[in-house]
Design a protein around this ligand. Structure first.
Ligand code: SAM
Length: 469
């Protein structure tokens, strides 16, 4: 029997996955959403496209198509196409800052670029070239020469405000919006500029500390020693501060609403067990758990300004919790020793990825010092898969289902967002989205060991349950 070529294997993966998707959509009497129409979050087709019965097949198609292209394309073209992708990123920033998605909203026939330019003040002929570059990447459609319309992807950049509203209050362009446009703008502005200095940062690593923020690509690009809110709070950065806040809020909504209730069995904890929510923000996770598991007790720790806001949050959402001691709001810096003893669970969601190894170890050591022999540590973070098969971690198989050969072990392009996110954390903060191997090492160095892991369906985050050693 002749061997099946990788080309044919990948083509078969695509073909079989399309069959599965079409069968699922047919069962629901729906069609897969069209790329040519604006995104409508309320359409039954979009709902069905997000179903767990569809997403794995869709991921196989994304990975297989990219791998097939990499095989058949001329290698130099693939290389140039990839290196030139920064023009696409800049083009996206042009479109989002020029409010093009908003201008094209409700224009199913499209608009001539001169009409778009008349509304956003940009140079029409150059804007046409930028939009054509994006249309070639399936972002906007050129329906006739120099006439463009929104499609399923470009419409995601719509803030849902009118252009007049945005122009009347440009500093608040992203305030109260879904946050996608804010995240796209922030990434194509601060993060893209910072990323241009990734090689310089790697070539000149900090002498004393791995966590010296003055050596980040961001610090080099913006000639600053500050990052995060310190930099965003500088005079002149008012718009960027608000945009960053809107982007972070949008990004924090990526998890399914009850994700924290899946995985770890909160019901396994005894009555009145104390859960300490490290850097818990307002305490939205603790609130979710408290509403479901009424006999647990919570301490939400964060910085002073956040804890002040948190009081209002709890008064609105579960006022009795403050009165009956279900929740305590506590100002605490997680780089200092833990004040709380007798803790059942330290909950640590989206904290460690903000920091490199040294700072993350410091946080974990403070938790370890306060832990009793029965204390558990529940980390909720993205766990990025290796791009190869054969991980030595016993938890890999539970976390990541390997796709069929000849796809990469991580699904290739279908999981690229995890590695882009990792770089995003690095260029600004020297932070890291970690592999299971890096988590094992980090935890061990701070006196913890992983007991179990829980991938959460529909979430980019997984839960890592660790115990003291
Ligand atoms: C990415 S948010 C995560 C919030 C929450 N855990 C969640 O999953 O939604 C990081 C949180 O850490 C808090 N934070 C930052 N530095 C801190 C510090 N040194 N001590 C305590 N909290 C801190 C921030 O105020 C913010 O609420």
């Amino acid at each position: 029997m002749s061997k099946i070529s990788p080309l044919r294997q990948l083509a078969n993966i695509i073909s079989e996955s399309v069959d599965k998707i079409e069968a699922e959509m047919a069962k629901a009497n729906l069609e897969y959403p069209s790329l040519d129409e604006p995104f409508n979050p309320f359409s039954p087709g979009e709902g069905a496209a997000m179903a767990p019965t569809i997403r794995p097949s869709a991921a196989l198609i994304v990975g297989a198509c990219a791998q097939l292209s990499a095989i058949v394309n001329i290698p130099a073209l693939t290389l140039y196409d990839t290196i030139g992708a920064f023009h696409v990123s800049s083009g996206i920033r042009v479109a989002v800052e020029g409010n093009v998605a908003e201008i094209l909203r409700g224009q199913p026939q499209g608009l001539h670029v001169n009409d778009i330019a008349a509304k956003n003040g940009m140079d029409g002929p150059t804007l046409a070239r930028v939009l054509r570059l994006l249309a070639t990447h399936h972002i906007f459609i050129e329906v006739a020469p120099n006439v463009f319309k929104n499609n399923r992807i470009s419409s995601m950049m719509d803030t849902l405000k009118s252009v007049e509203e945005i122009k009347a209050d440009p500093v608040n362009k992203h305030t109260g919006t879904p946050g996608v446009a804010a995240l796209v703008e922030h990434t194509s502005d601060e993060i893209m500029k910072a990323s241009a200095f990734l090689p310089e940062a790697l070539e000149k690593p900090a002498k004393g500390s791995l966590d010296d923020l003055s050596t980040t690509p961001f610090a080099i690009a913006f000639k600053t020693q500050k990052y995060g809110f310190d930099w965003f709070e500088e005079p002149g950065n008012e718009f960027r501060l608000k945009r960053f806040a809107a982007a972070m809020e949008g990004a924090s909504r990526v998890d399914p609403p009850n994700a924290i209730l899946s995985g770890f069995k909160w019901e396994s904890l005894g009555s009145k067990t104390v859960v300490v929510d490290i850097g818990g923000g307002m305490g939205h996770l603790s609130l979710k758990i408290a509403q479901q598991h009424k006999d647990l007790r919570f301490v939400v720790q964060d910085r002073a300004p956040v804890i002040k806001e948190a009081e209002g949050f709890w008064k609105t959402n579960l006022p009795s919790a403050l009165e009956d001691g279900t929740v305590t709001l506590q100002v605490h810096d997680f780089f200092t020793p833990q004040p709380k003893a007798d803790v059942g669970v330290f909950l640590c969601r989206m904290i460690l990825h903000d920091y490199g190894k040294n700072k993350a170890t410091t946080i974990l050591k403070h938790l370890r010092a306060a832990a009793g022999s029965k204390t558990k540590l529940l980390i909720v973070e993205q766990v990025v898969p290796y791009a190869c098969r054969g991980s030595s971690s016993k938890f890999s198989a539970k976390l990541h289902i390997e796709p069929p050969q000849p796809l990469l072990a991580n699904g290739g392009k279908a999981s690229a967002i995890a590695y882009l996110g990792d770089m995003q954390m690095y260029v600004g903060l020297l932070g890291e989205e970690r592999t299971i191997g890096t988590f094992e090492e980090l935890l061990r160095s701070a006196g913890w060991e992983i007991e179990d892991v829980f991938p959460i369906p529909g979430s980019v985050h997984s839960q890592i349950l660790a115990v003291p050693v």
